[in-house]
Ligand binder design. Structure first.
Ligand code: GLA
Length: 724
């Protein structure tokens, strides 16, 4: 097993062929962080004597050396005056925690996290290190899982109250790494609605920096991910240390640079607005965090995350399967549709080779605008005289699949559900109920609310005989209060809500294993690893403009593979930014994700429909490569006028390269695009032009591009290894 315990030095070495992670018990009891980086045989350094004047024999907590030592599970009150990973207030009000080694276990596989999605652990090995505070009886189990085939270390924390007094957890991060280097920069993904996951890099400075959410969801504003970059790290080379969290609620990813310029990086549940009461005998588990070390820059980091997500996170029928090409009626009709319009859209879709029609918002209650009916999941017979079932039958008869939009977590104040159960929404006593998009949020910490959702959504899915579900969530959540929780548990609501979401999603997805589920939150407002574990794809952004999508998909691809990113061709001029782009560019960019359409096909001229039919044939032929190949970012749309990316098959014999130029310019020489991931010793044929290139030529000299004519021109190349 790739975990060694060196009894003499009291060191744990977790490793695979490329990466090592080493921790050490100081004086046999306090776990110190020694190393994370390229694979080493061992580290001989005696941390205690190098960083303090102590040895194992003379180590004394009374003289507070912990403040300057790198630790695995820093707490408060024992001499470390930096912000810690775990903070617990005990029955007497004290909040000092003295965690010492109490035992460990090394075992194959990986434990599941109670109530939360987490990675599979087949073939992996886990170290569980148990620490105990003798005074209170509280224990912390630090869990580290090593994978041999991907450079990921999964970490989580389980706190058990083994004492006889209640305790309150005020913070419990999932992972903490105390780096011993001061030259790192921080990369995070931030944004907003319509411009999600834009990368930002800044040099670390003393003090606190990072990203977080208190919006009730992982959010469009910040992603539960961060990476620390060595000074020379770029897309292709250099050391990168990344952390990503498998969690959809309020989170915090933070780096605190101390007096020695050493960064402490932590990721986990957002401590602000959170606490958790732990009665004697109870346990609390954090979500799982994934630590990724790459010596091959950001590109290496991304391909590691992509492989990990494909192998260990996404599950079910569609995890590695072809995805249906869909058309969604949202931007085609908004709320203004009826059965005839939908059937006309479906007929055109069928003619051009689309597989699935998705009926978006507006099919239920009396929802003609976004101000009513959420929660009333009954068919609107004014628009659908034959109900969902009748519509679905007609669509299935055409040979298309049928998909449905739902927003299960929400309730409109103007709805029968709200009139019947005004207490079912999140609210703080008699205070104002804060609406957003004229809706309130159902309190999913309540079992009766969860049961209602499972029942109502399950019934609609059955009525509609649906093949696909778009599960939306369209507002930020003030986790202000729950009617069912006692006062001392009100700050548990944020986490309990997310546990409720996971339970409801699990109950519904396991009841309909044949259905493809896509998550959504006003676009990419809850785009995280936990969502991907439950639903294999997510709507990347409501912004479908091709150039904005180049940026959004570029940032998103830092962590997520194309198979997770919903990407559609929409109308031009675009509905979000008013920009006009060529149809071919919109299609090429959408091929960087799970492909579909979001426009009224019935209004397109025959010539465009023929183009669309050709794109669809291309996507179907190339889908395994586009969705599941190795992904390389070639040119960043954040750095210039161009964007380029490519997917390469695992055997390196096939690749698809996409290039977009934003503004056309006169009198420029055609460019050369240096490719990645190919075999230099093989020849490759461009399947469209028939031209043959050496792999070495494409890697080191470059692929000749056409000069862009018109703004936002796209070009795409399908390269196949020449074997004849
Ligand atoms: C959100 C989604 C859109 C659409 C609308 C419907 O904004 O992101 O794709 O489904 O809701 O109201």
């Amino acid at each position: 097993m790739p975990i060694i315990y060196d009894e003499a030095r009291r060191c744990f070495h977790l490793y695979n062929a490329r990466v090592s992670y080493i921790l050490r018990l100081a004086a046999g009891s306090v776990p110190l962080h020694l190393y994370w980086g390229p694979r080493v045989r061992a580290i001989g350094d005696d941390l205690l004597t190098r960083l303090s004047r102590y040895t194992d024999e003379t180590f004394s907590l009374h003289e507070t050396p912990l403040d300057r030592l790198p630790q695995e599970c820093p707490t408060f009150g024992m001499g470390d005056l930096r912000e810690g990973m775990l903070h617990i207030v005990q029955a007497d009000g004290a909040h000092a925690l003295d965690l010492r080694y109490a035992g460990h276990q090394i075992a194959p596989g990986k434990p599941e996290i109670a109530g939360m999605p987490s990675a599979r652990g087949d073939g992996a090995a886990t170290l569980t290190l148990t620490l105990r505070d003798a005074y209170s009886g509280l224990t912390a189990e630090l869990r580290y899982t090593v994978y041999e085939d991907v450079d990921i270390l999964a970490r989580s924390l389980r706190v058990v109250n083994g004492g006889d007094q209640a305790a309150t957890i005020e913070r419990a991060f999932s992972a903490c790494v105390d780096f011993q280097r001061s030259d790192l920069s921080l990369l995070t993904l931030s944004g907003a609605w319509g411009r999600e996951r834009q990368p930002y890099v800044r040099k670390l400075v003393p003090g606190e920096q990072g990203v977080s959410s208190v919006r009730g969801a992982s959010s469009a504003i910040a992603s539960p991910f961060m990476a620390l970059l060595a000074p020379d790290a770029n897309e292709e080379q250099g050391e990168v240390y990344a952390m990503a969290l498998c969690y959809s609620g309020n989170f915090k990813a933070t780096v605190n640079v101390d007096a020695d310029w050493n960064p402490r990086a932590m990721i986990g549940i957002q401590p602000f607005g959170f606490s958790w009461n732990l009665a004697p005998g109870e346990a609390f588990e954090t979500p799982e965090a994934y630590l990724c070390f790459s010596a091959e820059g950001l590109g290496g980091m991304s391909r590691t995350f992509h492989r990990f997500i494909r192998r260990y996170i996404t599950s079910g029928k569609y995890a590695r399967a072809a995805r249906p090409l869909l058309v969604n009626n949202w931007e085609a009709t908004y709320f203004d549709f009826d059965e005839d319009k939908l059937l006309a859209l479906a007929r055109t879709a069928k003619d051009v080779g689309i597989d699935l029609l998705v009926l978006d918002d507006g099919w239920f209650g009396r929802r003609d605008r976004d101000d009513s009916s959420l929660g009333d999941w009954t068919d609107d017979l004014r628009k659908l005289p034959h109900g969902l079932g009748g519509l679905s039958d007609r669509i299935h008869e055409m040979g298309l699949k049928f998909g449905l939009w739902v927003e299960p977590e929400m309730v409109s104040p103007d709805s029968d559900l709200y009139r019947a159960h005004p207490d079912w929404c999140i609210h703080a006593g008699g205070r104002m109920r804060v609406e957003a998009r004229q809706q309130l949020v159902l309190d999913l910490s309540r079992a009766d609310v969860r049961d209602y959702i499972v029942e109502a959504i399950g019934a609609a899915m059955e009525r509609g005989k649906v093949d696909y579900v778009k599960w939306d969530m369209n507002r930020a959540i003030n986790m202000s209060g729950s009617e069912k929780l006692p006062p001392e548990r009100q700050k548990e609501l944020g986490h309990r809500y997310i546990l409720g979401v996971y339970e409801v999603m699990r109950r519904i997805t396991s009841r309909f294993p044949q259905v493809l589920f896509e998550s959504c939150a006003s676009g990419g407002g809850r785009f995280d690893l936990a969502m991907m574990a439950l639903m294999p794809q997510a709507w990347c952004s409501d912004d479908t403009d091709a150039w904005m999508r180049c940026r959004i998909q570029h940032g998103t691809s830092l962590v997520f593979p194309p198979s997770c990113m919903g990407a559609h061709v929409s109308a031009s001029p675009n509905h979000q930014v008013g920009r006009s782009t060529p149809l071919a560019t919109r299609a090429m960019v959408a091929m960087g994700g799970t492909y579909g359409y979001e426009l009224d096909l019935t209004r397109l001229p025959q010539e465009e429909l023929e183009q669309i039919a050709a794109f669809n044939r291309r996507v179907k032929a190339l889908q395994p490569l586009l969705l599941y190949g190795d992904y390389y970012r070639l040119l960043s749309p954040f750095e210039g006028n161009e964007c380029a990316f490519m997917s390469v098959s695992e055997d390196r014999g096939e690749a698809v390269v996409t290039h977009v130029t934003a503004q056309a310019q006169p009198f420029v020489q055609p460019g050369l695009l240096r490719l990645r991931g190919l075999n230099p010793d093989w020849d490759y044929r461009d399947e469209d032009s028939g031209r043959v290139y050496g792999g070495d030529e494409l890697l080191y000299y470059g692929l000749p591009l056409k000069t862009a004519w018109g703004d936002y021109a796209g070009q795409q190349f399908h390269l196949m290894r020449v074997t004849d």
